[in-house]
Each structure stands twice: as C-alpha cells, then as structure tokens.
Design a protein around this ligand. Structure first.
Ligand code: DPP
Ligand code: ZN
Length: 874
C-alpha cells in the first residue's frame, strides 16, 4: 500500500458545484445515477489536466460527458480510479454505477443493517457508491432522489429538506431531498427502511421552529426519549455557549445496529450506532446514558465544527474532532459534575492515549502521513486533540476563546480549512502568540516534566525546578520544548492554600497560578513561606503530560484529604494506590500492605460530606491497564495479582464499612439520573463488588436480592457483574442465565451480557470466550458483538489475555485474520492490544510479536490491517 503525505497536498484540479443523485434500491443491488456539474478549480496549480475520480467496488454501467456517452477509449477505469484525460473547463458528467449493498460487510458506503439501507461515508465511503472526487475540500450542493419498494421501505431519507415525493409503478415510491449547504461527500447520507419516528420541535434563539425526528425500528420506539432530550439540551447549549444556531428546518437521527463507529454527523441526518442512542431505565446503565448524552451532543456540535467549517484534508481530522470533543466535554461538565467529567476524560487519556503515544502507531495530532485514514480515528486525534484545544482555552480565558471561535466560524464558514487556520483565528482574536504552541500539533509523544523542589527555611523560599523533554517517537527525534500551561497550588500543613509570591516584594499573590513552561528548564521561586509547603502539581490536569516528582506517601495522603482541587485530590489517591500496588508486584509473600491506605479508604467510605460523586470515583482502584501503562516491562499476571491482593486486603479490612456504605446508599426512591443519584448507585455497586470479591455471604445475599429487585439496569448489571466476578459459581450461572432469558431480544443488553463475561477473569477464560463466540446471539457481522466479546477480552480481561502460554495472543490473531476479509476497519482496531508488544516482559513480548507475524503472513491482508501490523513490527 501507498503512503500519503501531508507535504504532498495539492488543491483539487476540478470542483463540483452540484450533485444530483438518484438511487434505485432493490434487493439484489442498487443503481446509482449521478450527475455532476463540474469546473476547473481556478485555485489549482495547473489547468487542463485529466479528471481523476475515486471509486471502490463499483460496476460502471455508463458514463457521459455533456450528454455524450464516452467511448471506451475516452476514459480509463483503473480499479480505484476513473480517469478522463480530456475534459472542457466546465462540464456535466453523468455516471451510472451498480453496487451491492446487501453484500457489503465492510459497512463503508451503502449497506444493509437489519433490513434497512444506510450509509457511512466518512472518511472514504462515498467512493463505494459512485465515482467522485472523494476528498473533503471538494464541497458541493447535493440533491438526492431515493426510490424503493414502498411497503418494505416506507421511510426514505437523505440530507437537507424533502422537496418532492410520490408513488411509482410496481409498488415503489420516491422521495427527493435537497441540501442547500455545500458539503464534502463524506457528509452524505441515505436511509431507507421500515422505521417509526419520534418527533419533537426546537425553537431556536432567533425563533425558527426546527422539526426534530429520531427514526428507529418499531421495537425501539420507547428508547428514544433520552436522546431527544439530550439533543434539545445540546442545541440550546451551543446557542448559549458558542452562539451557534441550527441552520436547516429539520434535524434527523437514525439508529442502526451494524455500525463501525459510534455515530456520524452527516448534514441534517445523523446516523447512530444503536448502542449510542437507544436507552431506557430498564435497559441502559448510567454510563450508557452519559455516553448517549455526550455523543448526541458531539454529533450535533459537528454541524458547526466539522460541517459548516470542515477539514481541507484528512491530516486535519483533529480540526473537527479535537475541537468537537472539547465542546462535548464542556457540555457534559455543564450537565453534570465537572470534576467527575475531568477525572473520566483524564483516565481515558492517561491509560489509552498515553499508551498510543508511546507505541508504534504514535502520531502527531496533525499526522504527517498515513496509509489508511480509517486507522487515524485515534485517541490522539480525538482526546489529545481536545486537550490541545482545552489548553488554548485555558491560555486565552473564556472570553477571548469565545472571540476566537466566533472569528473562526465567521472567517471560514463554508470552507475546508486546516488546524493552523484554527490556531490563527485564536491568535488574531486574542493577540496572543501561539507560535511555539503549534508544536502540540506537530510533535508526537507525551511530554515529560521532571519536577524537583527545595525549601530554604532561612529565606522562607520554596523553589520548583521543572525540566521538560519530549520523547522520541517513530520517525521523530530531537524534539523542541513545547508551550505547557502548568497549574499549581501550595498548601500549608493545615491544608490551607498559600499565596504564590513570585518575588520577594509580593505579599499576597494568588493561591493558584498557571505557570507557562516554554523552555527545557525553568526555575520558579515562591517567597514568604514560613514552612515547607505541599505542592499540588498540574492542577485540573492543565496539560496532557507526565509529571515525575518524588512523592512521599505522607504528601499523597495529605493531598487526598486536603487538596481543594478536586481532580488532584482524586489523583493523589490514585498515585498512592499505584505506589502501594507497584511495591507489591514481585514482593515476597506476606509483605505488609500500607496500613494508611486502608485508613484512607475507610475515611472515604464514611465521608458523607465530600461530593459523593468524587468519593465514588476515589474508591475505584487504578485499572490494570493504567498500571501496565505506568510500568516499564509489564508482567501482567504479576500486576493483576498485586492489584487483587490490595483489593482483597481492603475489602476484608473494611467489610463492615462497605456494608454500611451499601445500606446507606440503597433504596433511594424513584430512579433519577441526577449526579447525586448516579453517585449513590456507583457507591453501592462498588461496595457490593468489593464484598463479593471476598466471597462475603451477606454480600452474596444482597447481590441476589438486588438483581431481583432492581428497577434499573445500573443496579441490575452492578449486581450481575459482582456475582460473575465472585466465587459463587452457582449464583453466577443462575444470574447469567436469567439475565439472558429476560433480555435476549434486546441487542444492547445482550452486548452488556457478553461484555460482563468477556471482561471477567472468572467467567472469561479462553474456553469460555470460545463458547461465547459460538453462542446463537453472537454475530460476526455485527461490530458491537465483536467488540463486546473479542475487544473486551483483549482490552479489559488482561490477565486472561496475557496468559503466559500465549494462547490469548494466538486467539486474537485468528480473530483478526477472520475479520480482515469481511470488515477491515474493525479488524485493524482489534489488533491494537498486540501493537504494544514492546511494553511487556520478554516472555510475553516475543509471543505477542509472533502473533503479529501470524497476521502479517495472512494472504490478501487489507490495507487497514497491513498498516497497523507493519508499523508495529518495524
Ligand atoms: N462519526 C465520528 C465522530 O463524530 C467521525 N466523524 O467522531
Ligand atoms: Zn466527531
């Protein structure tokens, strides 16, 4: 496969002003009539060159230029390119293609999911529908006529507004849609199916009534309310916080079961993976509700950050994704607990994005090259990209940032632009120089800050020395220091915040500062301090960096109960737990477990004053994945055992406190989705999980009772998960069977059922995973099912996946090879756990490498998997 470079970007030679599409949908295929109004691009370097269109898996039925059919000598069909050597300055090109949506298992382009037709065109799916200049900087107005059998497909949808509809011969009908906004082909969408609609309206700030519709299969009619509510809140929020009003008269969401991504922001017609939109109290967990709220908001926010202003090329993907993730995280923070949202975002970033940044697929937020763009929908583009926008926000402040975003939208409305245009708008609006800051987009790797301190008690001066380095990553060495905002506070021994006086004359400096690091070394001195302070570093995780500082356990315990920064309070607890667990890895049996950890958790469990949402987060031990990320040469079973040891010890020592916590948070009346109610459910389910971890009899009884009496999925699944991870085998099997029996007709719940088992080292050992794959409810063609078994096993059931005999690795390699033929995008994503092979101790890494080689040697490897495997082995 070919590598594509940012440095080779060239403006398109030809532009498309208008696209007229007509889809004839049948059971054995679809005929697509496309008429393109095209002209030479005045901004392109050369003029008069050949017209080159992209195509993939198409059968060309006819081709004509300005009404004249082209003879076979007048064009070349080179598989993935259609080349017409000579065209006029402006012309109309008519193309007819035949495609087979019913056989499309890649789920790119037009395909069928549970009997309905639907599309996924980002990034390069439109070329699977018709020949087209399939690149985001070609923006055109689309008109789309969809024709299908009326009884099987009563609902026919596309982007924009419906302008005409009617009946045709043979029981068929049509609807024509017109989208007045020019858009790149990746935002095209079409849906045809037997769907019910849920309707609502939203009145925009300027008084326009928007028709809101969610389309689902009839059996899901009662699972749309939450998404509709989240949509209306998103629309209001984007008006209030960013001044962005919706632009079409209608906004539609469609739920489909078979979908590679979470959701897709097609103009006016968002298509969602069912699991990211459908929810009811009885079937969705609190986490699912929160995910739905965030994704509905994310896709809606794309209407401005992505659709009205889009990307020039796919290297700029983070222009829309980083900004939009930042926007949706601000929204979620506003809807719930900002501290908890920050903790969740940073947990994901530090566990998974830092790992990506330290691995063979590491790439900058704006990559310089790729083979297959689908492989670049990564945590770096999304989450690190969002952190970069967050830093700009924090450097500029609320008001200037808003000025910058207003300028960006105004300046570039209707354009396809670059991340640099975004930064430029922020600079122009604020007057700040973000020159060095741009390195965040160019340099891959997670910067490391080595912090040391010194207290001079005679002078009353506390000194912080901070050294910055950015590690080498594949293809990038010798990096420059970056511009890093570093949040800081200092506490006295009572936990009171101290003034940060940066010179001897200053008396009452602020108690919190954001220091700006720009050099590889900085020294800061804080004056007028009568005692040695405890530092609170990188408050609110002010930059996506690793901080090394020689923490003592005393300091961490102190911050855990005193830091006014909620995020750092949580983080101090995490650091302490990490330190305790790490000290037990490979320690002799019977090594004492830090007694102060037990006491700290006892305080937490009994703390009813502190925000209960924060308490619930603080009680969760660092995950195995995070512990692996922090280690040099990970021995996963040893890490797993050490963590289990701590958990067992805590649960035994705190048994009565856990029971009290459980009781205190039980039976809270009607189900609510408020942060407080969510925190209570989290607390009681954590307490239950710990009790069952030590096979407590009373815990068992509580779990069985909870599963029977729960009026919501969070509590039902919490109890099921606790039982599955306990030694109570008969209760586990009974509960699993009963759960399946009750919910077998609900795909989202069946996915939960699969993942509870696949993530459990008791119920998810390899033979049991094999059995899940053979289960009648499993379906290789459905990405959610594949993820909930294979993805969860390799990504979350780490001790089972990293069996010393390498069986987990071989298993994963086999599944990747199997999926590569049907769905390369999903196959490439599944490879990810193996790509980190260098991170593990030799016994493991050699077998992981062998598994990668096994995939590499498969015949006819897709470009998607090829890129990941070859870069990992390089
Ligand atoms: N649908 C994906 C997202 O919104 C890709 N655009 O992030
Ligand atoms: Zn997005």
């Amino acid at each position: 496969p070919q590598t594509i470079y940012l440095s080779e970007y060239q403006a398109p030679a030809y532009l498309v002003d208008h696209v007229s599409l007509r889809f004839e949908l049948f059971e054995d295929g679809a005929r697509v009539h496309s008429t393109l109004s095209m002209r030479q691009n005045p901004a392109a370097g050369q003029s008069g060159g050949p017209l080159v269109l992209d195509g993939d898996s198409l059968t060309l039925e006819s081709l004509s230029l300005n009404g004249q059919p082209l003879a076979s000598g007048e064009y070349q069909n080179e598989g993935d390119k259609l080349v017409i050597p000579v065209v006029p300055d402006s012309f109309e090109l008519a193309v007819v293609t035949w495609i087979e949506p019913q056989n499309n298992t890649r789920l790119e382009g037009l395909y069928k999911s549970s009997g309905m037709f639907c599309t996924q065109c980002e990034a390069e799916g439109f070329r699977c529908i018709t020949y087209y200049p399939d690149r985001p900087d070609v923006m055109a107005r689309f008109q789309t006529r969809v024709e299908a059998d009326k009884s099987a497909y009563p609902v026919l949808l596309s982007n924009g507004n419906p302008i005409e509809q009617g009946d045709l011969e043979n029981g068929r009908h049509f609807v024509t849609w017109e989208d007045p906004f020019p858009k790149p082909a990746y935002l095209f969408a079409l849906v045809a199916g037997d769907l019910v609609e849920k309707r609502d309206t939203f009145t925009t700030v300027s008084g326009r009534d928007i028709d809101l519709r969610i389309y689902v299969e009839a059996r899901n009619a009662r699972k749309c309310d939450y998404a509709m509510d989240a949509l209306k809140r998103s629309m209001r929020w984007d008006e209030e916080v960013y001044g962005r009003e919706y632009d079409l008269d209608i906004f539609m969401i469609v739920a489909v079961d078979d979908f590679n991504m979470g959701a897709m922001e097609n103009k006016g017609l968002n298509i969602f993976n069912s699991s990211c939109v459908l929810a009811s109290q009885d079937t969705a967990t609190d986490a699912a509700f929160q995910r739905i709220e965030a994704i509905v908001a994310h896709e809606y926010f794309h209407n401005w950050s992505g659709n009205r202003v889009t990307c020039r090329d796919w290297f700029q993907l983070s222009l829309k994704e980083g900004f939009t993730v930042f926007r949706d995280s601000q929204f979620s923070a506003d809807m719930g607990s900002p501290t908890v949202k920050r903790i969740e975002d940073v947990t994901l970033l530090r566990t998974a994005q830092f790992a990506e940044d330290a691995g063979p697929m590491a790439h900058p937020v704006r990559p310089a090259s790729y083979m297959e763009i689908s492989n670049f929908y990564t945590l770096t583009i999304y989450e690190k990209g969002a952190e970069v926008v967050r830093m700009i926000h924090n450097l500029l402040g609320d008001d200037m940032f808003r000025k910058g975003s207003d300028l960006y939208f105004e300046r570039h409305d209707g354009q396809a632009v670059t991340t640099d245009d975004f930064v430029k708008a922020m600079e122009d609006a604020s007057g700040r120089d973000l020159g060095q800051f741009r390195l965040w987009y160019e340099q891959a790797g997670t910067p490391v800050l080595a912090v040391s301190d010194h207290y001079d008690e005679v002078q009353g001066v506390y000194r912080l020395d901070i050294r910055q380095s950015v590690p080498d990553t594949p293809g990038q060495t010798g990096k420059l220091p970056q511009h890093i905002p570093f949040g800081l506070g200092l506490l006295d021994s009572e936990g009171q915040p101290l003034p940060l006086n940066l010179n001897a004359d200053e008396q009452s400096g602020p108690v919190e500062r954001v220091l700006e690091l720009t050099e590889s070394e900085h020294r800061f001195e804080f004056h007028g301090l009568r005692e040695r302070p405890v530092p609170s570093l990188l408050r609110d995780f002010s930059a996506p960096v690793r901080v090394h500082y020689p923490w003592t356990r005393e300091q961490l315990l102190f911050l855990m109960s005193h830091d006014p920064d909620g995020f750092n309070r949580w983080d101090a607890g995490q650091k302490l737990a990490v330190d305790v667990i790490q000290s037990l890895v490979d320690a002799p049996q019977g090594t004492e477990i830090e007694p102060r950890l037990v006491e700290a958790y006892r305080l937490l469990l009994n703390d009813t004053e502190l925000d209960q949402a924060l308490v619930a987060k603080m009680l969760l031990l660092p995950s195995e994945a995070y512990l692996i990320e922090l280690s040099e040469q990970a021995d996963v079973p040893a890490i797993h055992d050490a963590r289990e040891l701590v958990l067992t010890h805590l649960a035994q020592a705190l048994r009565d406190d856990l029971l009290a916590c459980y009781q205190r948070n039980a039976g809270q009346g009607d189900y609510q989705l408020t942060p407080g109610a969510i925190a209570r459910r989290s607390l009681r389910n954590t307490a239950l999980a710990w009790l069952l971890h030590i096979d407590d009899e009373q815990g068992r009884a509580l779990a069985v009772e909870q599963i029977e009496q729960a009026d919501n999925m969070t509590d039902r699944l919490g109890a099921l998960r606790a039982l599955v991870n306990s030694g109570f085998e008969s209760e586990r099997n009974q509960a699993l069977a009963a759960f399946f029996e009750r919910f077998q007709d609900d795909p989202q719940v069946v996915e939960l059922w699969f993942s509870v088992q696949a993530s459990s080292d008791r119920a998810g050992q390899l033979p049991q995973i094999q059995a899940l794959l053979d289960h009648p409810a499993f379906d290789w063609k459905n990405p959610n099912k594949v993820r909930s078994v294979v993805g969860v096993f390799a990504g979350q059931n780490l001790a089972a996946f990293h069996k010393p005999d390498g069986s987990g690795y071989r298993f994963l390699a086999d599944q990747v090879c199997r999926l590569d033929d049907s769905n390369p995008q999903i196959a490439a994503r599944l490879v990810s756990p193996l790509t980190r092979w260098k991170k593990f101790s030799p016994q493991y890494s050699s077998q992981m490498k062998a598994a990668l080689e096994r995939i590499r040697d498969k015949t006819e490897l897709s470009r998607d998997v090829y890129e990941v495997v070859h870069k990992s082995l390089a």
